[in-house]
Design a protein around this ligand. Structure first.
Ligand code: MSP
Length: 500
C-alpha cells in the first residue's frame, strides 16, 4: 500500500465551470478511484482560486462585493462536482482563514530568508495576465490590455533557484510529464530567470492577501493560489497530516499553467525548504473547432446540459476515452454520440443485454456453472486475467484512455466470441457447454465492469449489482454460479438522434 496525493488546479471563480474544468476534475477523480481500489491511501484536493484581478473584475461587473460574488459562484462548482460523482477529500477556497494564514506565514518565511526584496520597476504590464511582461512577450502580440507601468513592488528571488530547478528536472526524469512539456520547460530555463513580482499595490488591486511586511500591498494571485496545495493538507496547522501527504504524488493541470507550476511553485518550495512534488502532469486542451474552449471566447460547453441529456457516466466515459494522453482533443456532439453508441450501447451495454437475456432464457436467470474450458474459452480468460495488471500499468502513467481501450478490447473480443460460440444454438444440444460459454462471457463482463468502475461508477455499480458481485476483485472465477441475475433495463440505450 502506498499513498497517493493528487491535486487539480484551483479554478478561478470568474464564471461557472465548463467542460475543461470538468475534465481535469474527472481525471483526478478517476485516478483517485483507481488508486483507492488498489488499496492505496488517497487524498484528492480541489477547490477555488478566489483572489486577484480576474475575480475582482468579474465581481465588479456583477455589481457585487468580491466575497459575495465568490460565495454565489462556489456552489456552482460544488453542485457540478456532486453531479459528476467527484469524491474529493477536501475542497479549498483561497479566501478561507486557514489559507490566508498559510500564505502570510509563507510570505514572512521567504521574506525573513532574504528571498523577497523591494524594487522600483518600469515595464509593460498586461492587465489581462496581471503581470509585467517582457519586451519579447509584448512583441508577440499574444497579450491583451498592455500598458507601460512604473511601480514599486516586492520581488521574489526566483533567479536564485534556477540552477537547483534545472538540476532537479534533470535528476528526476518523471518530474514534468509528458516529456515534450518537460523539454519546453527546460528550454524556457535556458534563459536567465527573472525574479517574480509578487505584490500588487492595494491602490491598484486590493482583492488579495495582504503582505505581512507591507500593509500597502496584497500578494500576487499565483503566490497565493499555489500554496493551496500545502494548505489543503495542514501545512503549519497539522504537522502530522502534512508529513503524511507531502510531497504531492501529482499536480494535475492543462498545459496553460504548466510554467507557473514548474517554475514559480517549485522555486517557492525551494525557498520554503519543502520537497518538490513527485510529478507535475499537464494534459492537453479541449478545443472547439481549432480554438481552446474558454470563457473569454464564449465557446464553452456546459457539462450540466450533457449530464441531463446523456447521464453522468456517459459524460465521464467520453471525456476520459476521447482525450489522448498529453494531446489536445476536439469536443463536438457528433463525436460524443458516435463514441457513446459504439462503445457503450453497441459493445459494453450489448454484452450485458446478451448474457442476461441468454441466462434468463436458458438458465432461468441463474448464473450457470463453468465446466472444462475449450481453447476458445481459454483465449478469453487469458485476456481477462492479464487485464487488471495492464490497466494498472497504464493508469500509473496516466494513460486512462489506453486503459479504457484495453478493457473495451476484451468486451469486443467477448462479443465476437459469443457470435462464434452461439450458445443459443449449443443450448439445444448441450446445456452445460452453453452454460460454460455464458459463464466465461459474464465473468469477462464482470471484470470489465470492475475495471471501468473508476470511470463509470454509477452504471458499473448497477451491473455488479445485477450480477450480485459488488465488492468482488477483478480476479477470474469470482463470479458465483447459481446466483440469480437481477432484472434491469437497458443501461446504455442507443442515442438515435444525430446531434446537430
Ligand atoms: N486559478 C488558476 C489555477 C491556479 S492553481 C494553483 C487557473 N484557473 S482556471 O480556472 O483558468 O483553470 C485552468 C485549468 O482548468 C486548466 O489548467 C485545466 O485544468 C482546466 N481547463 C480549463 N479550460 C480547459 C480546456 N479548454 N481544456 C482542458 N482543460 C481546461 O488557471
Amino acid at each position: 500500500m502506498s499513498k497517493f496525493y493528487i491535486t487539480t488546479p484551483i479554478y478561478y471563480v470568474n464564471d461557472k465551470p465548463h467542460i475543461g474544468h470538468a475534465y481535469t476534475t474527472i481525471l483526478a477523480d478517476v485516478l483517485t478511484r483507481f488508486h483507492r481500489r488498489a488499496g492505496d491511501e488517497v487524498f484528492f484536493l480541489t477547490g477555488l482560486d478566489e483572489h486577484g484581478q480576474k475575480v475582482q473584475q468579474a465581481a465588479q461587473k456583477r455589481g457585487m462585493s468580491e466575497q459575495a460574488h465568490c460565495d454565489d459562484l462556489a456552489p456552482r462548482f460544488l453542485d457540478l462536482w456532486k453531479k459528476l460523482g467527484i469524491e474529493y477529500s477536501d475542497f479549498i477556497r483561497t479566501t478561507q482563514d486557514r489559507h490566508v494564514k498559510v500564505v502570510q506565514d509563507a510570505l514572512q518565511k521567504v521574506y525573513d530568508k532574504g528571498d523577497i526584496y523591494a524594487d522600483e520597476y518600469e515595464g509593460w504590464y498586461s492587465v489581462a495576465e496581471e503581470r509585467f511582461i517582457t519586451e519579447a512577450e509584448k512583441e508577440s502580440g499574444a497579450f491583451r490590455d498592455v500598458k507601460m507601468l512604473k511601480e514599486r513592488n516586492w520581488f521574489f528571488r526566483m533567479s536564485k533557484y534556477q540552477q537547483a530547478l534545472i538540476d532537479h528536472i534533470n535528476a528526476h526524469p518523471g518530474f514534468i510529464q509528458p516529456d515534450h512539456r518537460k523539454n519546453e520547460i527546460l528550454g524556457f530555463l535556458k534563459k536567465p530567470l527573472a525574479d517574480l513580482c509578487i505584490s500588487r499595490p492595494k491602490a491598484r488591486m486590493s482583492w488579495g492577501i495582504e503582505l505581512p511586511f507591507d500593509k500597502e500591498y496584497v500578494t500576487y494571485v499565483w503566490f497565493d493560489a499555489l500554496l493551496n496545495y500545502v494548505t489543503g493538507i495542514g501545512y503549519g496547522a497539522d504537522e502530522e497530516k502534512f508529513k503524511m501527504w507531502w510531497p504531492a504524488t501529482v499536480h494535475l493541470m492543462a498545459k496553460d499553467i504548466l510554467t507557473t507550476h514548474s517554475v514559480y511553485w517549485t522555486t517557492m518550495l525551494f525557498s520554503l525548504g519543502l520537497p518538490l512534488p513527485e510529478r507535475i502532469f499537464a494534459h492537453g486542451w479541449w478545443l472547439i473547432g481549432e480554438t481552446k474552449m474558454s470563457k473569454s471566447l464564449g465557446n464553452v460547453v456546459n457539462p450540466l446540459d450533457l449530464i441531463d441529456q446523456y447521464g453522468v457516466d456517459a459524460v465521464r466515459y467520453f471525456l476520459m476515452r476521447e482525450m489522448v494522453l498529453g494531446q489536445d482533443a476536439n469536443f463536438n456532439l457528433e463525436a460524443f454520440v458516435k463514441r457513446y453508441n459504439s462503445d457503450l450501447a453497441n459493445d459494453f451495454g450489448n454484452l450485458l443485454n446478451r448474457v442476461s437475456g441468454l441466462i434468463g432464457k436458458y438458465f432461468d436467470k441463474n448464473i450457470p456453472g463453468c465446466e472444462t474450458l475449450s481453447a476458445d474459452d481459454e483465449a478469453v480468460t487469458q485476456i481477462a486475467k492479464a487485464l487488471p495488471e495492464k490497466v494498472k500499468e497504464l493508469v500509473a502513467c496516466f494513460a486512462v484512455h489506453d486503459a479504457i481501450e484495453e478493457v473495451m478490447k476484451l468486451v469486443r473480443f467477448v462479443n465476437a466470441y459469443l457470435e462464434k460460440q452461439a450458445p443459443w444454438k449449443v443450448a439445444k444440444a448441450d446445456l452445460p457447454r452453453a452454460g460454460t460459454i455464458l459463464y466465461v462471457a459474464t465473468e469477462s463482463l464482470r471484470i470489465s465492469a470492475v475495471l471501468l468502475s473508476p470511470v463509470m461508477p454509477s452504471r458499473t455499480d448497477t451491473i455488479l449489482d445485477i450480477l450480485s458481485a459488488k465488492g468482488a476483485e477483478p480476479v477470474w472465477g469470482k463470479l458465483i454460479s447459481g446466483v440469480t441475475l437481477k432484472s434491469h433495463d437497458a443501461l446504455f440505450p442507443r442515442i438515435e438522434q444525430e446531434a446537430a
